[in-house]
Design a protein around this ligand. Structure first.
Ligand SMILES: [Ca+2]
Ligand SMILES: [Ca+2]
Ligand SMILES: [Ca+2]
Length: 868
């Protein structure tokens, strides 16, 4: 997908500097979208990026009072498009500042159909026009239409007017659908089908809830009101009949046989001439430790005048509040065009107790200052998130079964040339001994659902196991609050069983990794659903498959004993194999060994044996000098065997591994810069220092405690340059943390960056300010733009209400999950907390869980040292 921008820049450009827009008419701002007080209309500033198709973050969009209410405006071929339904590609986009319009050409190549969508401000709103050079193709008459989608949860509890008649916007889908013959269906991307019609040859279409010539969404609410008027009939549809992430859709069909301007809407958002967004005061929702730095950041409307002072209020036992301190509010300035930022430093407030911040007429919720505040913040992640996401287990908590034993029919060799909806592909080569669709035995054990879906991805099972092993290595938490019984494949949350949960979770990882290594030969790129209908499953994981092994001699839905004719077993995707990729299998198994050996000696020996076997088998093939393919996905650089050797050395103490490691690491430390100053990919666990090709400390820090004084002195000498790089990140914004993510938000890299600072601090406490370890958590826990919720579900005072977990259809969370956080598009930050279906904002990935636990344990160690 390509984006062509044609700027008709005139002398007017000089007038387009960032400043508050006039009050009541939409004018084009310097970012190329329309703006009025409290209202923005974006016209394909955000595009469908093609990665996961319709992410509900593209097309004509409306932001009102800082909330994105409408999206997906454009020409669509369905009443209520789903994620995998095709959309028109933007083949041309014109931002005409003189003519004061934005126009895009949307091309459906499959149908030789192109339509221009032009948006021009008029009166208090804008005209949305559809212009055709050629008539709508016959096949698309009655299908092609102008759609605009509204987020349902934003409108829960509101009404709409259709030609003056009042209707309630339903909280739950309650209107009508009809089935059509599948021959009429517009095919989804890659011929996917999201609908299981049990062989009937149907597909599902939502019927309109109402039809008229003017529809007003939430007329009673200035923040939400949007009116659409047209001479052409407009229907309002509820997409949730087809998909839980569906939207309220306004839609008019394009007429057949016509060219020129074939359709026009007058779109009138709510413009509020005096509206000022209340301050969003970001601070840590878990509170602060007495000695640590405490800087809240207030995000202010640009039309607001920042007050010079803020008050820190102490909450007394009788409910009264007294001013603990009045502190200056320091204007940081405008960041990313939209808001003005103010920093409130109350580090001097150290007395333990309950506090809140009062600034600009806003009083925050109360939060603690307490020396033990980090001590328990990882418990929900270890106790719940990592347990509920366990595959092949029944998971109980008090009176509730989270899910039954799932995927007990694992798994079938994926047939050739099949793609999985999550970016995976099976090529011609299976790289193992199995025939297509042959059952691979032994796999119904261990592993985790990688995120909001139910597949076992190589990187998530391997990295989760590895990082759980690092938790044990660094902190050895003896916490035992979960019963994990692998014999009956049963877990019970909040029930101690005599074994540290950290160890049991590591074993849950190795059981799956060892099973894959022994039965397949290596860890497959993914064990995933065989088709789209199973991939989008929501609800109990156990109901995803029938638990019976697929037997092609039976008919679909026919069952005989432990076999069935329904092709629902997961597929094992075994292409994209590389010897370099196998090195990570070794890392995870060898890292697990020291943790397992006292508790599960057999599993420990099995893990180490498999790690050594893979090392011996693939050592030569993984040599980058002989085989330049590096890493499972390629391109990570360096010798892929290095980390494997480090873990094998730590596990065994065997000198052969050390002899392999040291020359490579020495070479990394002696590297001479080959290029200019590097911004350094420090957020992703890379310890590269300040020059391209310069010294790299990643491996050196791993082996640091096991090396002699001479080596340690050499590493120490390089640390200041690395610290300079890592502490430079985040200086461009008032939060002091690198904020990233246009299609996937940046919390995971914030966690990694902060933990890297801990590793530096642990060995070289005099070389880095330990506040850098804590800054990442402050951000995660609520000191961030857009809102001040904690991004760790159920951790903190004000926390995420929804997350893109497998219970998202219930608008719920799995406690202890870490959501990706803030998406950044143009000048707009977003983390919706009433719509759980944005994966890039709200999907808790399992491999972030142990990384977050590491950081919490590190943070407590840091504040313990500070408070001494
Ligand atoms: Ca996945
Ligand atoms: Ca336990
Ligand atoms: Ca099955």
């Amino acid at each position: 997908m390509r984006r062509f921008l044609t700027f008709c820049v005139a002398a007017a450009a000089a007038l387009l500097l960032a400043k508050p827009a006039p009050a009541q008419t939409l004018t084009m701002n310097d970012l190329g979208y329309f703006e009025a007080r409290g209202t923005n209309v974006l016209v394909y500033n955000n595009l469908y990026n093609g990665g996961f198709y319709d992410e509900k973050f593209a097309g004509l969009e409306i932001i009102q009072r800082g909330e994105r209410l409408a999206t997906g405006g454009g020409i669509r071929l369905m009443n209520t498009p789903e994620q995998w339904d095709i959309f028109g590609v933007v083949s041309d986009r014109i931002v005409d500042r003189e003519g004061n319009f934005v126009q895009v050409t949307l091309t459906h190549t499959d149908y030789d159909f192109a339509a221009k969508l032009r948006v021009t401000p008029k009166d208090g709103g804008c005209l949305v026009q559809v212009i055709l050079d050629k008539p709508v193709p016959e096949a698309l008459v009655g299908k092609a239409g102008l759609n605009l989608e509204f987020f349902p949860a934003s409108y829960f509890g509101k009404n709409y007017l259709v030609d003056g008649l009042a209707r309630i916007l339903p909280k739950y889908p309650m209107h009508d659908t009809e089935v059509h013959p599948v021959s009429e269906k517009i095919t989804q991307y890659f011929g996917e089908s999201t609908f299981d019609d049990r062989g009937r040859g149907d597909f599902l279409v939502a019927k309109p809830m109402s039809v008229g010539h003017q529809i007003v969404m939430a007329p009673e609410d200035d923040a939400l009101r949007v009116s659409v008027k047209s001479e052409t009939e407009i229907g309002i549809y509820d997409g949730r009949h087809l998909a839980q992430n569906g939207m309220f859709v306004l839609r008019s069909f394009l007429p057949g046989g016509k060219t020129g301007k074939v359709l026009e809407w007058f779109l009138e958002p709510s413009v509020s001439k005096d509206w000022i967004r209340p301050a969003n005061i970001g601070f840590s929702q878990v509170g602060y430790s007495p000695a640590q730095k405490k800087v809240a950041v207030a995000e202010l409307d640009r039309n607001d005048t920042p007050a010079p002072e803020a008050r820190i209020l102490k909450v007394n036992p009788d409910g009264t509040k007294t001013t603990a301190k009045t502190v200056p509010a320091k204007v940081w300035g405008v960041y990313r065009h939209r808001y003005n930022y103010v920093q409130i430093d109350f580090s001097d407030v150290r007395e333990p107790g309950l506090y809140c911040i009062e600034y600009q007429g806003v009083e925050t919720n109360a939060f603690p200052i307490d020396k033990d505040m980090y001590r328990d913040k990882w418990h929900p992640t270890m106790d719940v998130s990592l347990v509920v996401n366990m595959d092949h287990m029944e998971v109980n908590e008090a009176y509730r079964i989270w899910h039954g034993r799932a995927n007990m029919d694992d798994a079938l060799q994926a047939p050739a040339n099949v793609r999985l909806h999550d970016g995976y592909f099976q090529g011609d080569e299976t790289n193992d001994k199995y025939q297509p669709l042959e059952h691979i035995p032994g796999l119904a054990v261990g592993g985790w659902y990688d995120a909001g879906d139910f597949d076992i991805q190589a990187n998530s099972v391997l990295n989760t196991t590895q990082d759980l092993a690092y938790i044990w290595r660094e902190f050895q938490p003896m916490r035992d609050q979960t019963l994990i019984d692998q014999k009956t494949q049963y877990a019970d949350i909040h029930v101690p069983d005599g074994v540290p949960d950290n160890v049991e979770l590591i074993m849950h990882g190795t059981l799956n990794i060892n099973a894959q290594v022994e039965n397949i030969g290596f860890v497959a790129q993914v064990i995933g659903q065989p088709d789209m209908h199973h991939y989008h499953h929501l609800g109990d994981a156990m109901t995803l498959t029938d638990g019976k092994i697929y037997d092609p001699t039976l008919k679909p839905y026919e069952v005989r004993g432990d076999r069935s004719g329904t092709l629902d077993d997961r597929f094992v995707f075994t292409s994209r194999f590389s010897a370099a990729g196998v090195m990570q299998d070794i890392v995870s198994l060898a890292a697990a060994y020291p943790a397992l050996k006292d508790y599960y000696p057999e599993e420990a020996e099995r893990s180490l044996k498999n790690a050594k076997m893979l090392w011996d088998k693939y050592f030569d093939d993984a040599d980058p000098a002989k085989n330049p393919v590096q890493g499972r996905w390629g391109g990570f650089g360096g010798d892929p065997r290095l980390n494997a050797a480090i873990e094998l050395w730590i596990a065994t103490g065997d000198k052969q591994y050390k002899d392999f490691i040291v020359p490579i690491v020495e070479k990394q430390l002696d590297a001479k810069p080959t290029g200019p100053r590097d911004t350094g990919n420090v957020q992703n666990g890379m310890f590269s220092t300040q020059y391209t090709g310069g010294p790299n400390l990643t491996a050196a820090l791993k082996i640091y405690p096991y090396m002699d004084k001479k080596f340690q002195a050499k590493v120490r000498a390089l640390v200041p340059a690395y610290v300079e790089v890592i502490t430079r990140g985040g200086q461009d914004n008032p939060y002091g943390v690198s904020i990233g993510g246009a299609s996937w938000a940046g919390n995971a890299s914030i966690i990694n960056g902060a933990y890297n600072c801990y590793r530096i601090w642990k060995y070289f406490p005099d070389l880095i300010d330990p506040e850098y370890v804590l800054a990442g958590l402050n951000f995660l826990f609520g000191c961030h733009p857009y809102s001040n919720v904690s991004f760790v579900t159920s951790v903190g005072v004000n926390t995420k209400k929804v997350a893109y977990n497998n219970n998202r259809a219930d608008y719920s969370v799995i406690p202890g999950g870490i959501v990706p956080g803030l998406l950044v598009k143009e000048d707009f930050f977003e983390n919706k907390d009433d719509y759980p279906f944005h994966w890039g904002e709200n999907e808790s990935c399992i491999n972030t869980a142990p990384q977050y636990i590491l950081l919490c344990l590190a943070a407590q160690e840091v504040v313990d040292a500070m408070n001494k």
